[in-house]
Write a protein that binds this ligand. Sequence first.
Ligand code: GLN
Length: 426
Amino acid sequence: MYEGDADDVFFCHAARLLGSEGATVVGKANCDEFGMGSLNVYSVHGPVVNPWDIQERRSAGGSSGGSAAAVAAGMCDVALGTDTGGSIRLPASYCGVVGLKPSYGMLSRWGVVSFADSLDCVGILGKNVSSTQRRHSQSMTQKIPQQLAPKLVNERTKLVKKKCTPGHLMPTETSPALESEYFPTAITPSVLSPLRHTLRSLQKRGAELVPVSLPQTQFALSAYYVLASAEASSNLARYDGVRYGLHVPPPPGSPTHASTLTYAHSRTRGFGPEVRKRIILGTYALTADAFDNYFLQAQRVRMLIREDFTRVFRVPDLLAATSRPASLALPSGGVAEESAGVHVLMHPSAIRTAPPLSEGEAKEGGESLDAYVQDVLTVPASLAGVPALSVPVPADEGGDGWPVGVSVVGQWGCEEMVLRVGRAIE
Ligand code: GLN
């Protein structure tokens, strides 16, 4: 697990804050190259084997699979990871640990290599919800601004009074329409029945369950891969082999335009196949011809997805309310009135339990659509910038014996509420 100089982890601001709170940093963990991947097969160090049962050689999930595996194997209590489209929640689900993707912007990204800045979030993986929560609050640079805090306190009080209203994005007998809308591929029954069980137990304890619909989330996966690739192509342009990154000189006897060749040779050698694919896709999406159809369209879809979340949540979107121009300011002083709606959303974290590594490795450099589909349930919260927590729940007897994670998603800034529900279900 060790790699590089032990001190260099302190270039990451979140790690530095944890260090100043007494955390001991024990090492750096493996991950997919530049955080691109869902199965951890795109690492020069080789794949992370899921420690749940080493013999079976299943994926620890990606991209922060090393962090999840380190926690699951008992090498540390908590680990830092990044989550751009699910890279904390998916490994957490596959490895049977807790994973929190905070609200976008809640934890500093200082020291983190950018993949897609408008989505990248630093977050925590932990053995349980309490340790995750503790380290999350210690790694925060800023707390929620004072003028917004009372609204959140109110919401917390409601939860204490057991009036929590989780909506669920799952196909049930009562909401068959959701099945076609939200799930493009069949979710395996082994992840659905533990979720149903969890929802029933919350219900017994006073939670009110409301099936909800977020119609635009069916476009989330496509929008995510356009936006994330576009941002990645721009971010990774700095690896030019001259000022930054691996330098591969052109072969001897090359023609005079050698500087262009240096760029081509350095980037061809320096990037792995998945990263090269994203750069090509992203560059295409940003070209003048494709910009309207791909990049702009994906941005519009992202706005609609965010509106979907805001419509179903009881807590108003604090960011939208505060970013209104003065002429549109809300009478309540910047915070929208509380509406009807749910406190949190719940859904399976992944469409299946950890896939065998052989399935992921077979796809390397070739057709990798299956890996992309693993993210279908996690990318909506990433595009909306809202907090999402994956908590391991007891697996069903009919399942394959591997961990199953349930996700709790809340409005921006409502980490405490999400973690409170997380504690209730673990
Ligand atoms: N699996 C997704 C991707 O490959 C998400 C990665 C991440 O969250 N870093 O882009």
